[in-house]
Design a protein around this ligand. Structure first.
Ligand SMILES: Cc1cc2nc3c(=O)[nH]c(=O)nc-3n(C[C@H](O)[C@H](O)[C@H](O)COP(=O)(O)O)c2cc1C
Length: 175
């Protein structure tokens, strides 16, 4: 348990990456973490698109205005999608899978960042989900919640300061 807390303190959103490629073995470990995620009613609606192709990553970097540019220097990206015909907890399931991958990337000493697609717009004015569906040939009935950009660390990110957490947000017994 101490080790998990340590990992959470050190996990940061990293948007600049080294040239060191993420290995296939590391991608396997990160996607294994995704598939280990809990799922409402055990429906497991999530699927994942792993992208390493530079041209595709460049196209994907336009899925948001300004805040997805890190895809241009990421070694790879993993898009979390979920089949809306399979479950009514696709947003929750997708979020958990994203977080499992984000934490696993940190535990492997990699940098990663969540890029939100749901309820956001692309540079060309279309919505970000439609934009990514079109770039990656994803069927319309799949939620495209978010992308995890992943790359090597250029420098160790500053850990969170546990002493600055607002424990006033923790209510005991009643609000
Ligand atoms: C739901 C969600 C959406 C986010 N979307 C983006 C995004 O589109 N682009 C980005 O650069 N960071 C995004 N982030 C990362 C947040 O900016 C980051 O988690 C926050 O600033 C706290 O920093 P930390 O992750 O280093 O603790 C997102 C995070 C979450 C949880």
């Amino acid at each position: 348990m101490d080790n998990l807390l340590e990992l959470m303190i050190n996990r940061r959103s990293v948007r600049k990456y080294s040239a060191e490629p993420v290995t296939d073995e590391q991608i396997k470990t990160i996607t294994t973490a995704a598939l280990l995620s809990p799922s409402g009613h055990s429906k497991y609606p999530c699927e994942f698109v792993v992208v390493k192709d530079r041209d595709t990553l460049e196209k994907m970097s336009h899925c948001r205005v300004a805040v997805a540019k890190m895809l241009n220097n990421a070694s790879c990206a993993i898009v979390t999608i979920a089949d809306s015909d399979k479950s009514d907890t696709i947003i929750e399931d997708s979020s958990i899978a994203m977080m499992n991958m984000h934490l696993m990337a940190a535990s492997l000493g990699l940098g990663s960042c969540w890029i939100q697609l749901r309820s956001r717009d692309a540079e060309d004015g279309t919505n970000s989900e439609d934009y990514i569906r079109s770039v990656l040939n994803i069927p319309d009935h799949y939620l495209c919640q978010a992308i995890l950009s992943i790359g090597g660390l250029e420098k160790t990110p500053k850990p969170h300061d546990i002493n600055k957490l607002n424990f006033d947000k923790i209510h005991l017994e009643q609000f």
